[in-house]
Design a protein around this ligand. Structure first.
Ligand code: PLP
Length: 380
């Protein structure tokens, strides 16, 4: 199979698997127990915390482990908004966020918090004018993603931080797609909160983290024991956390090489498809884009049909985000970028990764051309 759906999830790295196997055996203790089995589990969790922190330039005590990106996003958005002063309750986000941010924002709106959804341009980049207009002293939080999961477009988060500091509000960024693909340094980026997720960077599913800058106050979403400073109570999932930590360490070591190699594969794929399938457009084709993502609109074709036919030929791609593929809705990201429903429905996301080869790209191009010809031929 040619796997070109790395933005949906990634295969677990063999070194990650080995670290997890060790944790399942030697780290079976409860990390809160005082005896030596518990202390070994604690040691493994704290090593993973240091590994996760290192990937984003944070201090280990600024990392809270969660069950993944969705929980980290919810904790950031709801945790800050529900802790906010009564005169500072506005949340500002964008129309192109992942549902893990949009849904908690809509929940806040339904419970009386004003929420501003900032528009984006045709590349999916947030409008800086709308951002400046939204900057008011009443803002409790800005939440703007670092990289879009569907198009790969990078948002100007540093500009958001500048605007937000003018109104004394923290900035959260969803870096679930960026972590492991781009270098991240929370100090130079200046954000107060940042979410990332294990299964997007060759770790296991069911682990992720929220970076919370020292001094930033959050209300917990769960109530229980004192784990994760009481902000994420519950007995730690030691093997998943260990796998996540190892995956972060490997991502840090391989990031520059992976990004350079994968960008070359992606660019070759895109150029060949565009020359062989007339009318193909690249969604979010700006310079500020993830190195691995190619979101293509095949004018006049149905993206879902392309994806299904590719799968039948042994190639995995995606028509939109994996979670919205379930409800067959046109992509809210492409609609927000000004596309009409039929353009949005004609789009397919190809996302490449560490294990893809030159041969994969040659083969992938042939399969996509074959499917496009088949579907065009089948049209009345
Ligand atoms: N945010 C973005 C940008 C994502 O792409 C995803 C997953 O696709 C998530 C959040 C949710 O992360 P998780 O699957 O770890 O809950």
């Amino acid at each position: 199979m040619i796997y070109a759906d790395y933005n949906a999830t990634t295969p677990v790295d063999p070194e990650v698997r080995a670290a997890m196997a060790y944790a399942l055996e030697a780290g079976f203790g409860n990390a809160s127990s005082l005896h030596s089995a518990g202390q070994e589990a604690r040691r493994l969790v704290e090593r993973a915390r240091a590994q996760a922190a290192a990937l984003i330039g944070a201090q280990p005590d600024e990392i809270l482990f969660t069950s993944g990106g969705t929980e980290a996003d919810n904790l950031a958005v709801l945790g800050v908004a529900e802790n906010a002063r009564p005169d500072k309750r506005v949340v500002v986000t964008t129309t192109v966020e992942h549902q893990a941010v949009l849904a908690p924002c809509k929940h806040l709106q339904a419970t009386g918090h004003p929420v501003t959804f900032l528009p984006v341009d045709s590349h999916g980049r947030v409008s800086l004018t709308a951002l400046a207009d939204a900057a008011k002293p009443e803002v409790a939080l800005f939440s703007v993603m670092l990289a879009n999961n569907e198009t790969g477009t990078l948002e100007p988060v540093a500009d958001v931080v500048t605007v937000a500091s003018g109104c004394g509000a923290p900035v959260h960024t969803d870096a679930v797609q960026a972590a492991g693909k781009l270098p991240i340094d929370v100090k130079s980026l200046g954000v107060s909160l940042l979410s990332f997720s294990s299964h997007k960077l060759h770790g296991p599913k069911g682990a992720g983290a929220l970076f919370v800058r020292r001094g930033v106050e959050l209300a917990p979403r769960l109530h229980g024991g004192r784990q994760e400073r009481g902000l994420r109570p519950g007995t730690e999932n030691v093997p998943a956390i260990v796998g996540f930590g190892k995956a972060c360490e490997l991502a840090g070591q391989r990031l520059a090489d992976d990004a350079r190699r994968v960008a070359a594969l992606r660019d070759r794929f895109e150029a060949q498809i565009r020359s062989r399938i007339p009318g193909t457009r690249v969604n979010g084709a700006c310079d500020a884009r993830l190195p691995n993502t190619s979101n293509l609109a095949f004018t006049g074709l149905d993206g879902e049909a392309v994806t299904i036919n590719l799968d039948m030929l042994g190639m995995a791609a995606s028509n939109g985000a994996a979670c919205s593929a379930i409800d067959h809705a046109p992509s809210h990201v492409l609609l927000a970028m000004g596309q009409d429903v039929s353009d949005a429905r004609s789009s397919v996301r190809f996302s490449f990764g560490r294990d893809n080869t030159d041969e994969d790209i040659e083969h992938a191009v042939e399969l996509v051309v074959q499917v496009a010809n088949l579907l065009r031929g089948a049209r009345p």
